[in-house]
Design a protein around this ligand. Structure first.
Ligand code: GLV
Ligand code: GLV
Length: 322
């Protein structure tokens, strides 16, 4: 039996799977984040830790855990909260939860795109605020998606799932990625690989699906917004810091782009004041993968990763190199 620490409430099936084989020595059974101090205390002596994206896993964390630590299983696909080289240096395995959240997250991105281009959030606010309204030929017109161009930044699994949805809605898809798509998928999607400048200039909607890395931080900055069409929208369901939020506010203010749909923010859970009062933005509280089914699958996968590593087997979805 090894010692497993779970730093936040996760779906019960995953807790049960871990408890069946190991000592779950600490389980923070609450949806509010554990404090940093409490977490550093809790991880002491752990062989495995299950973490959420709200927790920073760095040298301080690894020191607190101790040399016996074998695996950190993040219940998220994005793992910018984990210092991967620090884990590798100590021979600790890090894992994430790709694939199981692909469709749900693409649904969120697509939902944001519909909401912002069709002004659904704005319309909902009109009714809720008891503002008088009536159907009108020119009332609250948005932009149709049919025959428009969607520019996908980062054509991984979620980007591809977004492209499939866009195709079903009659959109053309262009993308930027370091890699060329598999020929079969490229043909299915009719997606064309372009350079970033071309994507910015041609897209009616730019949707971000890349990981947060040093190279993608503030990828969407003042310069990028200036290259977009004035009628174009930005959708971000990836990670907040990929967008320079102050520059986004300035671009919206100056009319350099038409609007934005955001599920993630630069300094979560804080949202830039300049966004809060704007009707041309749709703001969601990081709901990308938030379905019962998907969160359960994510936690189950994290548990499987822990169980594999503790049993001396290969993890299913590692982010560290062995
Ligand atoms: C959610 O944001 C994730 O990375 O899984
Ligand atoms: C709109 O409500 C229509 O009937 O065209």
């Amino acid at each position: 039996m090894s010692k497993v620490v779970i730093t936040n409430k996760i779906p019960q099936s995953a807790v049960d799977a871990l408890k069946a084989e190991h000592d779950v020595v600490f389980y923070h059974d609450a949806d509010e984040c554990i404090t940093r101090e409490a977490m550093l205390e809790a991880v002491k002596g752990a062989d495995a830790v299950v973490t959420l994206l709200t927790e920073r896993v760095d040298d301080e964390f690894l020191d607190a855990a101790g040399d016996q630590l074998k695996v950190v299983a993040n219940v998220a696909v994005g793992y910018n909260n984990i210092d991967v080289p620090a884990l590798e240096k100590r021979g600790v395995t890090g894992t994430n939860t790709p694939k199981v959240l692909t469709e749900t997250t693409a649904d969120t991105a697509f939902g944001l795109m519909l909401m912002v281009t069709r002004r659904f959030g704005e319309g909902e606010r009109v009714i809720r605020s008891r503002t008088p309204w009536q159907w009108g030929m020119f009332y609250m017109l948005g932009m149709g998606l049919q025959d428009k161009t969607l520019g996908i930044v980062g054509m991984g699994q979620i980007g591809i799932a977004m492209a499939r949805r866009a195709k079903a809605f009659g959109m053309d898809v262009i993308y930027v990625d370091a890699y060329e798509l598999d020929a079969e998928i490229a043909e299915e999607l009719g997606a064309r690989k372009v350079e970033m400048d071309e994507l910015l200039a041609e897209s009616d909607v730019v949707s971000l699906h890349c990981p947060l890395l040093d190279s993608t931080k503030h990828l969407m900055d003042a310069d990028a917004f200036r290259k977009m069409k004035k009628t174009a929208y930005l959708v971000n369901s990836a990670r907040g810091p990929i967008v320079d939020e102050a520059a986004l506010v300035a671009a919206l203010e100056a009319g350099e782009i038409a609007g934005a749909g955001l599920d993630v923010f630069e300094d979560e859970p804080t949202v830039h004041e300049g966004l809060l009062g704007r009707d041309d933005v749709v703001l969601l509280p990081h709901l990308g993968s938030a379905t019962i089914e998907t969160r359960t699958a994510m936690a189950d996968l994290a548990a499987e990763n822990v169980l594999n590593v503790l049993a001396g087997k290969a993890p299913v979805t590692p982010v560290t190199k062995a």
